[in-house]
Design a protein around this ligand. Structure first.
Ligand code: PGA
Length: 231
């Protein structure tokens, strides 16, 4: 049984002030169901506006942050200041070093926010080797209080999702190593979500494309709600 199911919408480099206004106005028509925590991660310039306009029950996240303070960088205290509760770290599209990821986790934790650290392989055959390497480098001596999102790179934006056997293997592996909320990401939408949900392996989903339009996003929330109610 889920306590709360997290749905994190990663807008990547998409959006505009108008899109933020329209999205927030539309999602107001759907009361956030009990047991689901929707979280939105728009690009940096729209965080403040989104915080103001999102309906009650929603959380705000950032897509990354920097641990140093050079020109043009965005740091964890700034993200905390504009109301973020979570920060995505090490997304597969960013190609950051192990060291950068570790520093970002620590700086986000230092501000009392939750880092959601992405792990995942480029080639499905190498999955456990890659996870072993990433977990070893990222999390050694890092205090608890971070979450992990398993995002196979080949599933991001491709419309493909791993089969049940692959996902079970991964979640068992990660759960035996780390005792934390585990999210799945990679082509989650209203047509792929049902088997992912009914497997009960995940505490939430990281959603890219299907978080951009309010109608797709609300359809996903409705499906998760229906599935949770069936349990
Ligand atoms: P997708 O993106 O849902 O469009 O595959 C997921 C992500 O990159 O976080």
């Amino acid at each position: 049984m889920y306590k709360s199911f997290f749905l994190l919408g990663n807008w990547k480099a998409n959006g505009s002030l108008q899109q933020v206004r329209d999205f927030c106005a539309e999602v107001r028509s759907l009361k956030v169901p009990i047991g689901i925590t929707p979280i939105l991660a728009p690009p940096f310039p729209y965080l403040d506006m989104m915080k103001l306009l999102l309906p009650q029950g929603y959380g705000l996240a950032a897509q990354t942050c920097q641990a140093s303070s050079f020109t043009g960088q965005i740091t964890a205290p700034m993200l905390k200041d504009v109301g973020c509760g979570w920060v995505l770290i090490g997304h597969g599209e960013r190609q950051e070093s192990f060291q950068e990821v570790r520093q970002q986790i620590l700086s986000v934790q230092g501000e009392g926010m939750i880092p959601i650290v992405c792990v995942g392989e480029k080639d499905p055959d190498s999955v456990l080797d890659v996870l072993d390497q990433q977990c070893g480098h990222y999390f050694q001596d890092i205090p608890e209080g971070y979450w992990v999102a398993y995002e196979p790179i080949w599933a991001i934006g491709s419309g493909k999702t791993p089969d049940g056997k692959h996902l079970k293997k991964v979640s068992e592996y990660l759960k035996q190593k780390l005792h934390l909320p585990l999210l799945y990401g990679g082509s989650v939408n209203s047509t792929t979500v049902f088997p992912l949900l009914s497997s009960q392996l995940w505490s939430g989903f990281l959603v890219g494309k299907a978080s951009l339009k309010a109608c797709d996003w609300m359809a996903l929330i409705q499906q998760i709600k229906n599935c949770i109610l069936l349990k």
